[in-house]
Design a protein around this ligand. Structure first.
Ligand code: HEM
Ligand code: HEM
Length: 487
């Protein structure tokens, strides 16, 4: 009996040792396909490779063997996971995944899963029909997983999930490899590291083939080109912070003040001109010009950090993902509307044209619509992971934003009440010949009114608004910068 147990133990050690020694680059590109991370580790010291994938095609499927070190996954209380993904691009999202999850004891199980943007869901039914000959074990500080992906398995996957299990032979793929820890109790995968370093996922920079009936060159590849990310996490977070600060300044400090100036300051200082034209007009035009330039820079930067990916919703489209989608769409619409405004102003009809009221209303509608979209976009930014606003400060950012909106609304109502005591518009043409001299439009005042009532009170409200706008922008900016220390 004892001899039998010993024999079993020896044979187990023999098998596992053989598997551990499997990390070799022999035959790569001639007998099988290989990809080691980081690039070139196998030529210097193969033991220093943090992970690797090797695969061979058989008549009924592809056998993948992938492994990774657990030395830097230090929480021994937790399980661990390693996964390879097949993607149409170099981003996480819309990827078919094969994963192995290991218990703290070292035993591993393989599953299929799907990356829905930055969420991952296991596909249990698909696993039972599309994977075979699976094995997983932690040996010598390495997670090792072996699994056969059956070419014919995809047809048997539930129809509603089939699009998540790619037809691997249909095209070449960007391959991904990621690893992380798994919850001790449920063994569900926890997010991999999102910090720069060895634990961040890797992707191939050229596409890999997983085909049976193709040339040897495609069947046996040796992947040497790879990357982790185009822009490091360090810069991604800094760019997101700059994006937020610039946009708050552009909308709440510059655009809001410009809107108030155009609406309530036309009849003021009728005899003073700034560089040849009315003060309100200079303030309105110049503040918005600077605001639009800042907006374009801020939106360009955020697209740069996302490698110009346009985020839609995830397939599941939960509240968090929907909020992000709204942020992108409303924010982008606000910037586009703001960008259209100066061009519209350039081609505006003359002050006595019949079309002038149309221009006035469209200009007002676009401007206020854009302001509203931008403001909603700010609220939606609070939940975004990269701002850390909700994570670090819970409801406080909402309160700050709320106080600012209330100030803008109260100042607008107060100025509206003051302006309503002024001469209402009676004539069609303003008298100063200045541009955007609003009559027969949304503006309630005749710019030529001889004595604007409570003229000295109006700047007070403008200044109150400006102070609160600057305070709110600085406070939220501080919170965004604080988050950079925390990540
Ligand atoms: C366990 C659940 C997972 C979560 C919650 C998750 C979440 C994330 C997040 C938030 C990022 C973006 C980091 C940033 O922008 O700074 C990211 C990046 C990445 N993930 Fe995942 N991930 C998971 C699993 C996986 C799996 C299974 C794979 C594939 C094997 C994978 C592959 C990648 C890749 C290649 C990147 C870098 C490219 C990019 O930023 O899109 N992830 N992940
Ligand atoms: C009207 C103003 C805004 C516009 C037009 C705008 C526009 C956008 C766009 C288009 C994206 C997505 C880029 C992509 O698809 O890759 C984005 C992402 C983002 N925005 Fe804004 N945004 C605005 C305001 C803000 C504010 C005020 C903050 C911070 C307080 C902020 C924080 C972020 C962050 C952190 C992301 C990146 C999320 C990620 O990649 O995980 N945005 N924004």
């Amino acid at each position: 009996m004892i001899t039998a147990i010993l024999l079993c133990a020896i044979s187990w050690i023999a098998t596992t040792t053989t598997t551990a020694q499997n990390l070799t680059s022999e035959g790569c590109g001639s007998k099988r396909s290989c990809w080691f991370q980081p690039g070139g580790c196998e030529t210097t010291d193969i033991g220093s490779c943090v992970s690797s994938v090797q695969w061979t095609t058989e008549s009924d499927g592809v056998v993948f063997e992938f492994q990774a070190t657990i030395r830097d996954l230090t929480n021994t209380f937790n399980g661990r996971w390693i996964a390879i993904g097949f993607s149409k691009d170099d981003r996480m999202g819309d990827d078919s995944v094969i994963e192995c999850i290991f218990k703290p004891s070292g035993d591993g199980n393989a599953y299929l899963s799907f990356n829905d943007m930055t969420h991952n869901r296991q596909l249990l039914q698909a696993t039972t029909v599309a994977l075979a000959e699976t094995s997983g074990q932690i040996v010598d500080d390495r997670m090792m997983c072996k699994v056969k992906w059956l070419y014919g398995g995809r047809e048997k996957v539930f129809e509603e999930d089939r699009f998540k299990v790619f037809d691997l032979e249909s095209r070449p793929w960007t391959m991904q490899i990621a690893r992380g820890e798994a919850d001790h109790y449920s063994f569900s995968k926890m997010i991999h590291s999102t910090h720069d370093g060895d634990l961040f996922p890797w992707v191939t920079t050229s596409e890999v083939h997983v085909c049976r009936n193709c040339s040897d060159e495609k069947r046996f590849q040796y992947i040497k080109d790879m990357k982790q990310t185009d822009i490091s996490r360090y810069w991604r977070y800094r760019i997101a912070t700059i994006h937020g600060i610039l946009l708050m300044f552009a909308w709440w400090v510059l655009a809001s003040s410009a809107i108030l100036m155009a609406r309530f300051f036309k009849p003021l200082w009728p005899n003073t001109k700034l560089f040849g034209t009315a003060i309100w007009f200079q303030a309105h035009r110049n503040c918005l010009f600077v605001s639009v330039i800042i907006q374009v820079i801020a939106v360009f930067l955020i697209f740069l950090q996302s490698s110009f990916t346009w985020y839609g919703c995830t397939y599941e489209c939960n509240a968090e993902a929907f909020g992000f989608k709204l942020h992108v769409n409303l924010g982008f619409s606000a910037t586009v509307a703001a960008l259209i405004q100066p061009f519209l102003a350039l081609i505006r009809p003359g002050p006595d044209s019949n079309w002038r009221p149309w221009f006035n209303w469209v200009h007002w509608f676009l401007g206020m619509g854009a302001w509203l979209c931008a403001t909603i976009t700010f609220f939606l930014a609070v939940q975004l992971g990269k701002t850390g606003l909700h994570r670090n400060f819970q409801q406080t950012p909402y309160y700050i934003m709320g106080v600012y909106i209330a100030t803008f609304v109260i100042c607008s109502i107060a100025l509206e009440i003051i302006a309503s005591q002024s001469t209402m518009r009676t004539q069609k043409i303003g008298q100063h010949g200045m541009e955007l001299n609003l009559l027969n439009g949304p503006s309630t005042e005749d710019p030529g009114a001889s004595y604007p009532p409570r003229a000295s009170l109006r700047p007070v409200f403008l200044v109150i608004h400006l102070l609160v706008a600057i305070a709110a922008t600085c406070w939220i900016s501080y919170m965004l910068i604080y988050n950079l220390e925390a990540v």
